[in-house]
Design a binder for this molecule. Structure first.
Ligand code: XMP
Length: 511
């Protein structure tokens, strides 16, 4: 497999660089800059990309690179810190910018030499995203200046004979016009990649690898109905069919009809599907509990108990499968041995159930690739494009204590909201949207009578990372329709509120 190594010097956009490479249908892995060269060579890389980073290359103790990497005959693209590191290591000099003219932040008008392979076929000027306080006072021998700005003569450098390229700006962020094209040029024109990384190919290779690894053994997967575990289930089903058992724990905190939808979606697959209807035992444990973190803990623990009981019933299961995806791996320290991630399912999976090995067939994939693989495997679009749903489910969307009646009320209101969002064709524009039941009751009037009922809150956010989020500007007509329907169709709700708080200071969920 054609592989690019993204050598990580601690920049904030490193995952983004890797995603961009994958978008160009080239496989890549992020490796810490401390990875020994001998290990990197094992990948037989077609090219390296050195990432940005927060340090200055001339500082004592700043991340460095084994100079032998420049003798491998493999092309290198250095970005920001990576560019400066390449320049310094090869005999140039990097110094702190003395004044504002050489220091550049933000959108910067840049001029390109389109004879340089990096800029082939692209406009000769445009906007780049800069973020550097150092600059290259002298570029190494053999390098030409291939881009400049009004302030800085060396926005990009290249030694085309050796296949070394450096850019001061960040081609991976969207603000850089044609940034993706520049990365593509590096991959295809410089490294000679052919773009063989497609989810169709991945699927075939992954199925073969899973068959070899699992042999005749039994595999157990905790299936939540979320995108990752669903795609992992579908892939394993193709690979080992009836040797796979998926356990779906319905804790009674799912959205309206969700349990049945999950079950139906997997009905055609050739694996054993166990749905454990555990609503009663979860609601008993949660009765009277109002503190959000306590709810999470109880649900996590109970989930483990149920899963463990089912694993014991099946017996002699060799492999535990998980839907861990690449961002989870990178965040927990790339290249480490398999770890059971506590956030992955409700409260994590039991590490005290005896499994021979953990299988993580999505470990190399980004979320968008997981979705694409899901499509390749024939999963329905609504499963593949699902919005995130928290493990503790509606328990953290009913503020305060939980009862079945409150959960049912919330389920009905939430279903109306989602239905109207779909009717308005807004699904693609909202990253997470749901209803939450406040524990506030207020006076209303229905017909000729007074009511004293609950207020439901609607929440919708637009976000790419879920760490910060903006509230969605839903058209008033849609809000109006949702509000009218909820108060008319759901008993004991007489008021609908729309949450117009961003994150921070609010969080996405209410608890
Ligand atoms: P917050 O509310 O922290 O949510 O802004 C950020 C994202 O995380 C999800 N979330 C959870 N997911 N277990 C989960 O599996 C949890 O306990 C949990 N709490 C929040 C939330 O839905 C949003 O996507």
């Amino acid at each position: 497999m054609e592989t690019i190594i993204v050598l990580d010097f601690g920049g904030q956009y490193n995952q983004l660089i890797a995603r961009r490479v994958r978008e160009c249908h080239v496989y890549c892995e992020i490796k810490p800059y401390t990875t020994p060269l001998a290990e990197l060579k094992k990948y037989n890389p077609k090219g390296f990309i050195f990432t940005g980073g927060p340090n200055s290359v001339y500082e004592a103790g700043s991340p460095q690179v084994d100079p032998e990497i420049f003798k491998l005959g493999v092309p290198i693209l250095g970005i920001c810190y990576g560019c400066q590191l390449m320049a310094q290591t090869l005999g140039g000099s990097v110094v702190p910018a003395q004044d504002d003219t050489a220091r550049e932040y933000g959108k910067t008008h840049t001029y390109f030499d389109t004879d340089c392979k990096l800029f082939h076929g692209l406009p000769s000027e445009g906007i780049t995203w800069m973020s550097h306080g150092d600059y290259m006072a002298r570029v190494p021998e053999g390098f030409a200046l291939t881009a400049h700005t009004d302030h800085c003569p060396n926005g990009a450098i290249a030694d085309e004979a050796r296949g070394f390229y450096g850019v001061q700006y960040h081609p991976e962020v969207n603000h850089t016009e044609h940034g993706l094209d520049m990365i593509r040029n590096f991959l295809y024109e410089v490294c000679g990649c052919t773009g063989s990384w497609t989810m169709g190919n991945y699927m075939r290779e992954a199925i073969a690898a899973l068959r070899e690894k699992i042999g005749g053994g039994k595999v157990l997967l905790a299936l939540s109905g979320g995108v990752d575990s669903s795609v992992a289930a579908a892939l394993l089903a193709e690979a080992v069919g009836e040797q796979l058992t998926c356990v779906f724990v319905d804790h009674g905190l799912m959205r309206k009809n969700e349990g049945d939808e999950v079950e139906q979606a997997f009905a055609k697959w050739k694996f054993k599907f166990i749905r454990v209807n555990a609503e009663t035992r979860f609601l008993i444990k949660l009765a009277g509990v109002t503190e959000p973190e306590r709810k999470r803990k109880i649900i996590g623990e109970e989930f483990i108990r149920v899963f463990e009981e089912e694993a014991k019933k099946i017996g002699a299961v060799d492999f535990l499968a998980q839907g861990t995806i690449y961002p989870d791996v990178v965040e927990s320290g790339s290249g480490e041995a398999a770890v059971i991630k506590s956030h992955h399912n409700v409260g994590g999976l039991p590490d005290y159930v005896d499994f021979k090995e953990i299988v993580e067939p999505l470990r190399q994939l980004f979320k968008d690739e997981v979705r694409e693989l899901g499509r390749e495997l024939g999963l329905p679009e609504y499963l593949v494009m699902r919005q995130p749903f928290p493990g503790p489910g509606l328990a953290i969307r009913v503020i305060g204590d939980l009862t079945k009646e409150k959960l049912d009320m919330l389920r009905d209101a939430d279903a109306i909201f989602r239905e109207e969002v779909a009717n308005a064709g807004l699904e693609g524009t909202m990253n997470q949207y749901f209803a939450a039941l406040t524990n506030m009751r207020s006076v209303g009037v229905m017909g000729d009578g007074r009511t004293y009922d609950y207020a439901i809150a609607l929440r919708s956010v637009t976000t790419s990372d879920f760490m910060t989020a903006d509230w969605t500007r839903i058209p008033y007509e849609v809000l109006d329709k949702v509000s009218t329907r909820i108060v008319n169709e759901v008993a004991h709700i007489n008021r609908v509120l729309y949450d117009i708080t961003s994150k921070p200071p609010a969080t996405i969920e209410f608890e």
